[in-house]
Ligand binder design. Structure first.
Ligand code: NAD
Ligand code: MG
Length: 336
């Protein structure tokens, strides 16, 4: 095939894909169902506001902690779309909450970038976790499954030790596990609930980071998960927002402290993302039905749309980035 003919053929394929995707996006379907996955075919350029569904979403309450595999539509974690380019070759990463949502998208991306990956999750999430383990193994990477509850220091220490022995070392820690449970009034927020959220989001982060640092060689990186709620707290997420502000703050102090060890620390602050946490008590169902509609892009993000920033921060491509919090919010400008 001559250069011109093959260029023409490529343009035809891309044009066809663009038309198909635009039609499906306007029909409220996800790019994950349709994106070209053949080697060398780039996704077409299109309006990001139309790239994924804007809902409305059907009411779908799930018992906590929720399963991505039981959501409608299923979130796009990049299963069919993320393409790596060796940016994390040989790296060894522990990702908490790696079974679903942002952690799962990060696990898929890291494996496709060449990393071995350990995921932590709750025993009730085995179904989601199995899918992630298979996806990581499909890339020829080592996958380590570490179920358990991170609300005790003893488990957090064991989690890190098991990740280190399973991976043969540790040079990347992504803290994605989190608890978000809404309460309309502070009067309904019990001490047990408050403790649950703080134990999961702040104490566990502290315990896991503390256990991980001694294993991490210079060049390692820690990526935490804050939230736009750290900056613009929702009135029904009082306890959660405290923890997310704490995570952003810890990221900055720890980054300075760990410069001499050669370990970078950053955080991602997501806006609304379509994940199991939202449908298992994170939001009232009335808010789930119009989830994402209040941000300028008027749709929620899909987990696949945030994984690239975790890759950037974890890989040596981010070598001069530490102590920063990056918003991925569909246009709110938070943090600004
Ligand atoms: P998700 O439910 O898919 O992931 C959260 C994970 O946390 C769960 O899969 C679970 O494995 C883990 N987890 C919770 N409690 C645990 C416990 N006690 N022990 C062990 N693991 C536990 O939801 P997600 O939205 O992908 O959440 C990932 C992170 O992103 C969370 O920290 C969340 O606060 C943050 N975040 C999410 C959004 C959003 O809109 N989805 C927005 C801002 C921040
Ligand atoms: Mg989960």
């Amino acid at each position: 095939m001559s250069g011109k003919t093959s260029d023409d053929a490529r343009r035809k394929v891309l044009k066809g894909a663009a038309v198909g995707l635009a039609a499906l996006a306007s029909a409220g379907r996800s790019r994950a169902e349709t994106a070209p996955t053949q080697n060398g075919t780039l996704p077409p350029l299109m309006d990001p506001g139309k790239l994924h569904t804007a809902g409305p979403f059907k009411s779908q309450p799930q018992p906590w902690p929720g399963l991505a595999s039981h959501m409608t539509p299923r979130p796009d974690h990049g299963e069919k779309t993320y393409r790596g380019s060796g940016r994390m070759a040989g790296r060894k990463a522990l990702i908490t909450g790696g079974d679903s949502g942002l952690g799962r998208a990060t696990a898929i991306a890291f494996a496709r970038e060449g990393a071995d990956v350990a995921i932590s999750y709750l025993p009730q999430e085995e179904e989601d976790a199995r899918e992630v383990i298979q996806l990581v193994q499909a890339e020829g990477r080592k996958a380590v499954a570490l179920p358990g509850d991170i609300r005790t220091e003893a488990f957090c220490q064991k989690l890190v030790t098991d990740a280190v022995s399973g991976l043969g070392g540790l040079d990347c820690l992504v803290n994605c596990a989190g608890r978000q449970h809404y309460h309309e009034s502070i009067l309904d927020l019990t001490t047990e609930d408050f403790d649950w959220t703080l134990k999961t989001n702040l104490y566990a982060l502290f315990w896991i980071i503390k256990a991980a640092i001694p294993h991490m060689p210079p060049g390692s990186s820690i990526v935490n998960t804050s939230s736009s709620n750290a900056y613009e707290p929702s009135e029904i997420l009082v306890d959660y927002s405290i923890t997310k502000a704490g995570i952003a703050n810890l990221t900055k102090s720890l980054a300075k402290q760990l410069v001499p060890k050669g370990i970078r620390v950053n955080a991602v602050a997501p806006g609304p993302f379509w994940t199991a946490l939202q449908v298992s008590g994170g939001q009232p169902m009335s808010a789930v039905e119009k989830f994402g509609s209040t941000v300028p892009m008027k749709r929620p993000g899909q987990p696949a749309e945030i994984a690239p920033i975790y890759v950037q921060l974890a890989s040596t491509d981010g070598s001069y980035i530490t102590g920063q919090v990056f918003g991925v919010t569909g246009g709110t400008g938070v943090p600004g």
